[in-house]
Design a protein around this ligand. Structure first.
Ligand SMILES: Cc1cc2nc3c(=O)[nH]c(=O)nc-3n(C[C@H](O)[C@H](O)[C@H](O)COP(=O)(O)O)c2cc1C
Length: 397
């Protein structure tokens, strides 16, 4: 068992090193039991995963130079297998890396000498006012990162004045997560074989105050990560997926499933995982309220293009009829700026939110948002854009 403090390189914890308080919250899995379990699975066990769940950090503000380097700091406190699960991509991780490389292909075209600044980062998405065009992507099992799990993420996201997407695969109930933020929240659904269970979740989400449903279309079969396979990681039994329980997720999806959700719950539907203009067009014809361009952070189908590269033709096909959200690879204010310039109305953050959570609980999540907000502010100020809507294609070469 270890309470390793995070790396000091580039990241400073405002309240000193990570506290050990959380270590007592959950017992470590006995090493012998763990080895036996892993032996039974027959996985190639290169390194053990000795750290306890949840990760032992206090709630604290983080100071950081950028969101890229908190990954390394988080790798020192999140148990090794869980960290691999969070950080890795599918197969060769080509798509995972493309998600980052793509931002290098679009140089910013500044508009100097274009008059007074007066910056406004606020935006409205499906009727919800956000303090910035950046929101929290749906992710499963936040308990892998911090004891407060999705409750911490929701609070940190809300304190930053932006939107929380609650995932089906959460470690806390939809109701508890929703209560943790007075701010806007959406619910992401993985449909289940049992339509009754899906119906129940959709209705609970609405009752808990979620104002839209996000339907993820790219994860009906699990992606596979070599890093995870090497470590023989599996979800720890003390972090159950409390909303879906033991239900079996649907293994094939069609447009009928979109219609099922629309029939079941009277909320706008966001289609997440869109990578082609034809799907975006068909979605709008079927009354979908927003498109989320995403490749699941490179975790599902390795070989699909970077989400940023997929964005321009989709934005063109959508032509402003519904909002376009983009996620996968966003780490910098300049990344947000480029996504906006290529047609996104907002972007969603994935892994950096979990790293902030791991390093500082809800305050860590807020720190991640505070930091990227500062970067976006600086980028827009120097580039000469005053509002989110100002940022159009003419801000790129
Ligand atoms: C650990 C982890 C779990 C995720 N779980 C879900 C999920 O349950 N549902 C979903 O729609 N997307 C899920 N995603 C994908 C995110 O919503 C998002 O598309 C992706 O993380 C964005 O890429 P980024 O991490 O590079 O920012 C998950 C991502 C991570 C890292």
């Amino acid at each position: 068992m270890t309470t390793d403090p995070p790396s000091r390189r580039g990241l400073f914890l405002a309240a000193g090193a990570a506290g050990a308080a959380g270590a007592a919250l959950a017992p470590a899995r006995p090493a012998a039991a763990q080895q036996q379990q892993e032996g039974e699975r027959g996985a190639l066990q290169l390194r053990p995963t000795p750290r306890p769940y949840p990760a032992p950090t206090a709630e604290q503000s983080l100071r950081m130079a950028n969101l890229l380097e908190i990954e390394e700091a988080a790798s020192r406190i999140i148990p090794e297998g869980a960290f691999a699960y969070i950080a890795s991509g599918a197969d060769n991780e080509w798509t995972l890396h493309e998600n980052r490389r793509a931002f290098d292909r679009y140089p910013i075209r500044p508009h100097y000498l274009s008059g007074p600044a007066g910056l406004d980062l606020r935006t409205t998405l499906l009727g919800q006012e956000l303090s910035m065009p950046i929101l929290t992507a749906p992710m499963g099992a936040h308990g892998l990162a911090h004891a407060s799990a999705e409750v911490g993420t929701a609070r940190g996201t809300g304190e930053a004045g932006t939107l929380m997407t609650i995932g089906t695969a959460a470690n806390r109930t939809i109701e508890d997560i929703a209560k943790a933020t007075p701010g806007p929240k959406w619910f992401q659904i993985y449909l289940m074989d049992d339509a009754g269970r899906s119906r129940e979740l959709l209705q609970r989400a609405k009752a808990a105050g979620c104002s839209a449903i996000v339907f993820t279309i790219d994860a009906f079969a699990p992606g596979a990560s070599d890093r995870v396979a090497r470590l023989g990681f599996s979800f720890p039994p003390n972090l159950p997926l409390v909303n879906s329980g033991t239900a079996v997720f649907k293994r094939s999806l069609t447009w009928d499933d979109v219609a099922f959700i629309q029939r079941t719950v009277d909320l706008p539907l966001v289609l997440k995982g869109v990578l082609t203009a034809d799907v975006a067009r068909a979605a709008i014809e079927r009354g979908v309220a927003a498109i989320q361009v995403s490749n699941h952070g490179g975790r599902q189908l390795d070989g699909v293009p970077a989400a940023l590269d997929a964005l321009p033709p989709i934005a063109e096909a959508v032509a402003g009829r519904v909002p376009v959200i983009m996620d996968s690879g966003i780490r910098r204010g300049t990344d947000v700026f480029k996504a906006l310039a290529l047609g996104a109305d907002a972007v969603a953050l994935g892994r950096p939110v979990l790293y902030g959570l791991a390093l500082g609980g809800w305050m860590g999540v807020k720190s991640v948002y505070d930091h990227i907000r500062q970067e976006l502010t600086r980028t827009m100020t120097i580039a000469g854009a005053r509002t989110v809507k100002d940022v159009q294609r003419n801000f790129l070469f």
